[in-house]
Design a protein. Sequence first.
Length: 323
Amino acid sequence: MVRPVVSTLVVACSAVSAAAATIDKRILGGQPAEKGDVPFIVRFDNNCGGSLLDETTVLTAAHCVSIEERKLSVRAGELQCGWQKVYKQSEYIRGHLPNGIFHPNDIAIVKLLSPIQKSDIIGYATLPVNGSDPVVKSMATVAGWGAQGLSKNDGNLHKVDIRVHKRDDCKDIDKGAVRDTIVCAGSPGKTACEGDSGGPLIDRWGQLIGVVSGGGRVCHEDGRETLIYTRVGSYIPFICENLDAPCPDTLYEPAAQPPAEPIPESEDPFWRQVNSQVQQVCNDRGLTGEQVHLCEEYKQACAFEHLGTDDANVIPDCVKNKA
């Protein structure tokens, strides 16, 4: 579903208030990325990542764009935060999130007002074949600008190699993790975390196989090594319908499993209620105008703290305590 957005904010890379500074955002156990390593990764001004698919199309997580009536800004071609041109979002098309943030279809497409051209530092992601599923025990790479540990962030893009797990290994994160629309991945001491939501998971052939969805309040401090990613191979028809040009026929080889069909957001009473209550909390706390990004950061943090909740009051109450 295409939903217009009406307000505009300026990018503030790594700029968070003292109140928000305790939110854990990090790539753990990785190393700085070099030019050309992840040329299609982009950064939104709400501390989410995304993957550039063509000149005006970015793939990210639906929970990264779940605060309505807000126009995001995006930067492309960055290794160091804050020095590349800012591009504005025009609209987004998202999947459906019934009964909690890490349930099916945590995927969204953001359309940009102005095109981002390929260059020596910017490229477009390679999509996997329709229905493809990463092989268990294979290696993949996740990247993002999150901190590398508590209170530690050098502002550089980092990447880390992790192992693909069987989906059952993510059941302690989300009871619905056995569904075929997710990838479960991680390695001891190596993972993406909250501030890397929406960013890419890439296989060894450079294909975009996953989108960072979620996995825990403070990564690894509870002994957990896995994280949930939205499986891109489940959504090739949805993605291809929203690109600037048709996908190549090679992407439509016989699918190993039926592709997931995103359900319109308008049919999801859970998220309509959550968004309405969160917006009211933020209005009451004065988080409007240039401070509205704090509202979104608090909401994302609360969603990670209350994985899979089906109580629409839990996330707004959590935001109220943080704001």
